[in-house]
Design a protein around this ligand. Sequence first.
Ligand code: GTR
Length: 422
Amino acid sequence: MKTILIYLIGIAQVLCFSSTNAQPSEANYDESKVPAYTLPDVLVLENGEHVVSENQWINFRRTEILHLFENDVYGKTPDKKVEFTFTTTKTVTNFMGGKATLKEVDLQLQTAVDVPIIHLLVIVPNDITGPAPAFVGLNFDGNQTIDASTEITLAKIWDMETRKSYIASEEIRGDAKTRWPLEQIIDRGYAVITAYYGDIDPDFYDGFKNGIHPAFDDQRNESSWASIGAWAWGLSRMLDYAGTDPAIDQEKVAVIGHSRLGKTALWAGAQDQRFAMVISNCSGCGGAALSRREYGETIQRITTVFPHWFCGKLASYGTKINELPIDQHELIALIAPRPVYIASAEDDQWADPRGEFLSAVAASPVYELLGTDGFPAKDMPEVNQPVIGQIGYHIRTGKHDITTYDWEQYLDFADRYMKSTE
Ligand code: GTR
């Protein structure tokens, strides 16, 4: 419910933004009004040289693109290492009628600075032999929303308006259960690791004081990491956790996210090559959608309404998007050759489904250079007709959400690439 509310507030904010700003006057939903643009060539180095070998991609062009995303879009994840510990606080071996084991694990940074504990919820199928492949993803309103079970500890969540945190009420147990079809995931042999994104950094502009940033930031600049960067850092720590749990196969972990958390999943997967698979659900602007298309949400709008998501520098490209030295197809390319799935929804024009599809098309040459089939489509598929290659894509009927239909495709995609063939 709350996520829908945040989304509606976002839409309301854009209307407000439109009426008080001369440019853009309103969001564009007309294909014929998409400005002419030329995408930066993902396979041309900044010195103009063409990338024709895997070595050139891996050692030169990939590094260049990663630096550009750090510098101009998401900010740089600090090199500073802060030690952390995992402490299991609860284990329930007969969760879901005995199908799964539930664990709650505290992730605590070892720092003198006061930073929050990140509460991981881990659910592993009981009925499998060997360590389970897993989906790692953040949730919007606390771990208790993914399932109605009273075994799950109520989270301390942030109120966006008062900017204070409070213990979630019993009433929101299971609120996001359609977004986390646990029965289906566990029955297919996958584990789930999730955490509340607000444990890592609250989703409002607070000068980066209330999340994990203070443990890392000595001083900040226009390319410093922001909220998406911190959330992505958290996803990597959840992957670290997978490596400590013998019930999970750390080499078969897909990172998944919806909407702003889809942007986050892409950035996490781009930076941390240990993720075996990346899934972006309705990630839109600043996620899978091409920024230069200016269809639906734009960089100008997103950096105005959500100034804390990206590094400060991104806002400077709001009125001159063609000067941004990269575009989002290059974020997808950073994931290559690992499988990536991009999903859009027909009624989610705000997220620019076509722009998400075109990112997949434009990232394909890198996947092909690295010896995979890349993305096997040039034309947008019909609704509910997934296109599957090393890059997968679908546009489903319906609205901005993550649904059982989406999960069915992700589970099939994961079976295809992450299940061992023995
Ligand atoms: C919207 C925002 C989108 C998307 C969405 C969400 O308000 O404009 O970029 O991230 O929120 O995360 O639900």
